[in-house]
Write a protein that binds this ligand. Structure first.
Ligand code: ADP
Length: 241
């Protein structure tokens, strides 16, 4: 069964995270156990301050836990050196943020090429892959436009193209529709659903909005640094809009 047992793509066991020391120490994660299987679409919800971002940073290898185990395809991430974690991030993970995080005076094409540049891929391959990724998110013909020339929804599409251009196994999205109106939000969710369904990309998405969480087949709720509930449902919610 997906997400269960030893074949989980991602496995968190008793993950803790403490910020600060002594009197000022604050435990943001208090023992998180979570298995996520390849191909899942998971919404992460919970009140502000419940540890969602901290957990996403750990999952994204952007931060290290204070305790517990993080297995990614059976590899103990918490034992990796910083540069090994960066490699894992670069090869297997894609990131999408609420604020798009695009380079301002840089074309959509060049924004999407950046991760490939960091990987040292040559120009021809970069150009082709970025064009294909932009087409995949519905932006064929918009390659030369800078973020200022694009709507919010289009900017988030560019950010998604940048996240998938490396063919990641996992897409980590932190409130990807937080800056968008309702219609644009639903369009972005349809795109994430399509990437999950057609390319098998595992999607883990933080959202405050029940409407957006309804696209996921599983909702994990954080409260006070722990997983308070974990609900799976059939896929019908993803296709009913
Ligand atoms: P959420 O994403 O659910 O809003 P966070 O993971 O951002 O929650 O934060 C969980 C708790 O950890 C909050 O109380 C927050 O203030 C605290 N926290 C987050 N990051 C830091 C940090 N760098 N230093 C100290 N405390 C932090």
């Amino acid at each position: 069964m997906s997400g269960q047992g030893a074949d989980a793509l991602i496995r968190l066991v008793g993950i803790t995270k403490t910020y600060g020391t002594g009197q000022a120490a604050f435990q943001a994660l208090r023992g998180v156990d979570l298995d996520i299987g390849a191909g899942e679409f998971v919404a992460v919800m919970g009140p502000s301050g419940s540890g969602k971002s901290t957990a996403m940073n750990v999952l994204g290898c952007l931060d290290t836990p204070s305790g517990g185990e993080y297995l990614f395809r059976g590899v103990h991430v918490e034992r990796l050196e910083r540069n090994q974690r960066a490699l894992l991030r670069r090869h297997y993970l894609g990131f999408v943020f609420q604020g798009f995080n695009l380079l301002a005076r840089t074309s959509a094409q060049e924004n999407v090429e950046l991760p490939l540049l960091y990987r040292g891929e040559e120009a021809g391959a970069r150009h082709a892959a970025a064009r294909a990724a932009l087409a995949r998110v519905g932006l064929a013909g918009w390659e030369a436009h800078t973020p200022a020339e694009l709507s919010g929804g289009q900017q988030q599409r560019v950010a998604i193209a940048r996240a998938i251009v490396t063919n990641p196994l996992v897409l980590l999205a932190d409130e990807p529709t937080g800056n968008l109106d309702s219609q644009r939000s639903h369009e972005i969710m349809e795109l994430l659903v399509a990437l999950n369904r057609d390319q098998g990309i595992t999607v883990i998405m933080v959202t405050h909005e029940p409407d957006m969480a309804a696209y996921a087949r599983r909702v994990v709720r954080f409260v006070d640094g722990r997983v308070a509930s974990d609900e799976r449902r059939e896929a019908e919610a993803a296709s009913c809009s």
